[in-house]
Design a binder for this molecule. Structure first.
Ligand code: FES
Length: 73
């Protein structure tokens, strides 16, 4: 589905941007041009962004814990 008609940005583009590190609407504006023309997409883009961030955070692998290695004195 198109989120921003003016810039032809879809949900998939936003999901990809989130995987690349986008976390704020400003990030989408810089990376994809969202809201730069008429601005009508702002609310939908924000909702899509939040959904993609939630999805990315729940599907991300858990960090591994490695034991600390102490240097011999
Ligand atoms: S629909 Fe996104 S700037 Fe117009």
């Amino acid at each position: 589905m198109y989120v921003c008609v003016c810039r032809a940005v879809t949900e998939k583009h936003i999901e990809t941007a989130v995987k690349a590190g986008a976390r704020r609407l400003r990030d989408l504006r810089v990376q994809l041009g969202v809201t730069e023309e008429c601005g009508r997409c702002a609310k939908c883009a924000k909702q899509c962004l939040e959904g993609a961030v939630d999805q990315a955070s729940t599907s991300a692998p858990r960090p591994r814990h490695y034991p600390l290695i102490q240097e011999a004195a």
